[in-house]
Ligand binder design. Structure first.
Ligand code: FES
Length: 160
């Protein structure tokens, strides 16, 4: 359904070799693959299983246990709304509502153009700046509806 991407198998193999095909490094290998594609493409699962000599079941368990790992395509920008207590008290719900409305998706979903994925996360340790969101590695705090939209629009402009 238009989600096909071309995998760079050289890069993926380089990552696997970088960790010496060590099964103990499965999480880090999946994380490194995710750093390239923003998710771990399902096509890599049998390759990881064979090269690291781990079961497919283990790979699925790692993916479901660690929130930073997804087997489903995610957006270029991962927008994470902190739903921790301090941010909740300061209006995190409104921030989530604003983003859901603007991006036309619900928490946990990705926009059709694969630009944004919206997630809720637990406290990210910037409570004094709440409500806080992160967009990939960037943190934005002290948000209200207007400034939240500005933040997202800035990222939109980067890709237009
Ligand atoms: S509760 Fe949001 S950063 Fe701590």
């Amino acid at each position: 359904m238009g989600n096909e991407i071309t995998l760079d198998w050289d890069k993926i193999n380089d990552i696997i070799e970088k960790y010496h095909r060590d099964k103990e490094s499965l999480l880090m290998i999946m994380q490194d693959i995710s750093d390239i594609y923003n998710y771990v493409p399902k096509e890599t699962i049998p390759v990881l299983s064979e090269k690291l000599n781990v079961s497919v079941t283990l790979i699925y368990s790692v993916a479901s246990f660690y929130k930073t790992i997804s087997l489903e395509p995610r957006g270029k920008f991962i927008v994470s709304v902190c739903t921790g207590t301090a941010c909740h008290v300061r209006g995190a719900d409104k921030i989530m509502d604003t983003l859901e409305g603007y991006l036309n998706i619900r928490e946990g979903q990705t926009t059709l153009d694969k630009m944004f994925t919206l997630e809720g996360v637990r406290c990210i340790g910037c409570c004094a700046s709440g409500p806080v969101i992160t967009v990939n590695q960037d943190t934005h705090g002290g948000l209200d509806r207007t400034s939240t939209l500005k933040v997202v629009q800035e990222y939109q402009q980067r890709i237009t």
